[in-house]
Design a protein around this ligand. Structure first.
Ligand code: G6P
Length: 600
């Protein structure tokens, strides 16, 4: 997840920029850079790797310029490299910028600029913005920026400096956070509050489609169309620790609420004209495989169960999801015709890593789906795709899970495309709207808080579902037991009669998921069987048929059944979260659990 810092004031800019970037380190990055405007020159220093590499590089300069911008980059477009790092400058070195977000139409814009004679240094979408600024600059940086904003599609937080107007920073925002702090003798800018707190707690929150022109003594705000606007200064009540939680009580809640954004991040640049773009896998010829394995642990295994079902339906090949600790010891029948996919948030889980090494020994092709860049699993695999969830701090996985689901669905459609299989274009279209649907569900948080009240005094809870919904309820039950310590089990609804129903009695709570139209009515009739034995039911569904006697029904948005696992994850996470809070549990650090299990 990228980070931005910028300074315009009476002192040297560098100390603020560097301390700000280090405060944002916890969000993850793979390269960093700064530009300082000094003696009417832009001096840009940037490099791949950790901030200490950048510190070492800047120590060779005598920086005292009082205007500057800084950036930490987490690669998505273009590999981590010195050239792809920010800031990006125009070729005359008169304009420099840092950018968070994605310029979705960068390919068209890049081609247009190449036709006009522009050359590009990097593979990033962000460089297009600085070249466009160069193209539109006509004596007014603010006006040139407004013209550029009209041309670019996507999301951005931008900070721009220029020798042509050396007294100012122009900033603009759409769908990527940007905050401006006002200290005694400077304006300081950052993508997140922790970067500002040592300098000030008085901030302006820039909203989408707003921009600002900052000089060392003054700030003016505008809409992207150039209309002048007023903004209120707010004092943030946080200390640095609280700021990392963005004002939420816990990391888990913060991470649940980050899901619209991180899902968007995971999708960005990966769907273009209804085509899935996963260039990282372009060298694989998928025709060679006769079997596919997903291997993972914990929550990542639940995402894999879902990914396996979707991929199997699409490829019509046998696709199995296996727990890594079983896979590694069960002598799996795999060879060079097997594709193996290893899913891991941390990229460090010992069993998953060992399973990956075993698959390689047996000549299988290996793909890692990881969240942490440069982690062992991502380095060991033949190919790697990253979820863009950002650092997940709460032990119980939430945003890593939903981004894994999104990426596994993208992968399934990508393979379908490569094998010329039939593709559900409607689902691909809806996938792009998933962040919006997740946002809608999050607005119903109070409903899930109410459901949590039904669970708080229980010793056991039952989760049921069929087909893809079974993977969802496994994850729902895992969340509940992890954070609230209530024993929870998930069952295939069709198996109820074969045992679990013996446990249902007056007051039992059954959480059911029925989002798959071909099987929803079957699950709903299983629910009736539990109600007849005294259970209280909470049902998540899209179906309006046969819903009677069920007191608590939550209707999920009507999207393709393939995508429902992403949506239903949100209420199940919130139910677990609020149950744990009511019981006074330490939600971020549940007893006996570790975030990353690096030993067997
Ligand atoms: C631990 C964590 C879980 C996680 C599992 C797999 O058990 O507590 O949240 O799902 O490890 O971790 P990975 O990093 O491989 O996804």
């Amino acid at each position: 997840m990228c980070g931005i810092t910028a300074y315009c004031g009476n002192h040297s800019a560098l100390p603020f920029l560097m301390q700000g970037l280090s405060k944002l380190e916890y969000r993850g990055y793979d390269s960093a850079g700064v530009t300082i405007l000094q003696n009417n020159k832009l001096i840009t220093v940037k490099c791949k790797g950790r901030l200490k590499n950048l510190e070492e590089k800047v120590s060779h300069y005598q920086f005292d310029g009082s205007i500057g911008i800084g950036h930490t980059r987490w690669a998505t477009h273009g590999i981590p490299s010195n050239l792809n790092s920010h800031p990006h400058n125009n070729s005359l070195n008169t304009i420099s910028l840092v950018h968070n977000g994605i310029i979705e139409n960068y390919r068209e814009l890049k081609n247009e600029l190449i036709d006009k004679g522009y050359t590009f240094q990097s593979d990033t979408d962000s460089e297009v913005v600085v070249q466009l600024l160069d193209y539109y600059y006509n004596g007014q940086l603010l006006e040139a920026t407004q013209k550029v904003l009209k041309r670019i599609e996507g999301s951005y937080a931008l900070c721009i400096i220029s020798t042509l107007e050396p007294d100012k920073i122009i900033v603009a925002k759409k769908e990527s956070p940007l905050i401006i702090g006002k200290s005694k003798d400077a304006f300081v800018v950052a993508s997140d509050i922790p970067a500002l707190l040592e300098y000030t707690k008085d901030v302006y929150f820039l909203d989408d489609f707003e921009m600002a022109m900052i000089t060392k003594n003054d700030i003016s705000f505008f809409t992207h169309e150039g209309k002048s606007i007023q903004k209120e200064l707010t004092t943030v009540p946080y200390d640095t620790e609280a700021a990392k939680k963005d004002g939420y009580d816990t990391f888990m809640l913060k991470e649940i609420h980050e899901q619209p954004y991180v899902i968007h991040e995971t999708l960005r640049g990966r769907i273009f004209n209804q085509q899935i773009i996963l260039d990282e896998l372009k060298d694989i010829s998928f025709e060679q495989f006769n079997k596919i394995y997903f291997v993972a642990c914990g929550t990542a295994y639940h995402a894999s169960l879902c990914g396996a079902q979707v991929l199997e339906r699409i490829t019509q090949l046998p696709v199995l999801a296996t727990v890594a600790s079983e896979f590694r010891y069960n002598d799996p029948i795999i060879d060079d015709k097997t594709l193996t996919i290893f899913v891991s948030q941390s990229g460090e889980t010992a069993d998953t890593l060992a399973a990956l090494k075993l698959a390689k020994q047996k000549q299988a092709t290996t793909i890692a789906i990881a969240n942490v860049l440069g982690s062992s699993i991502s380095r060991e695999a033949d190919y790697v795709l990253y979820t863009c969830a950002g650092p997940e701090i709460a032990v119980a996985s939430t945003k890593a899970y939903t981004t894994q689901l999104v990426l596994l669905i993208l992968l399934a459609y990508y393979v379908a495309q490569r094998l010329n299989k039939e593709i559900d274009y409607q689902a691909i279209e809806q996938l792009e709207s998933i962040p919006h649907y997740v946002e809608q569900i999050l607005k119903d948080e109070n409903i899930f808080q109410e459901y949590a009240l039904m669970l708080k005094n229980l010793h056991d809870a039952y989760f049921i579902g069929r087909s893809l919904d079974y993977a969802s309820v496994l994850e729902g039950a895992l969340k509940l037991k992890e954070v609230s310590y209530i024993h929870a089990d998930a069952y295939v609804a069709g198996e109820l009669k074969h045992g679990p129903i013996a446990l249902i009695e007056n007051g039992s709570v059954v959480i059911a998921v029925a989002t798959q139209p071909h099987i929803a009515t079957k699950t709903i009739s299983n629910i009736q069987e539990t109600i007849a034995r005294g259970a209280k039911v909470i049902l998540f569904t899209t179906s309006h048929e046969d819903i009677k006697n069920i007191d608590n029904v939550y209707y999920l948005p009507q999207v393709s059944p393939t995508l429902q696992s992403i949506l239903v994850a949100i209420p199940l996470q919130l139910i677990a979260y609020y149950t744990a809070c009511i019981k006074g549990c330490d939600v971020d650090k549940p007893r006996n659990l570790a975030k990353s299990v690096t030993v067997e």
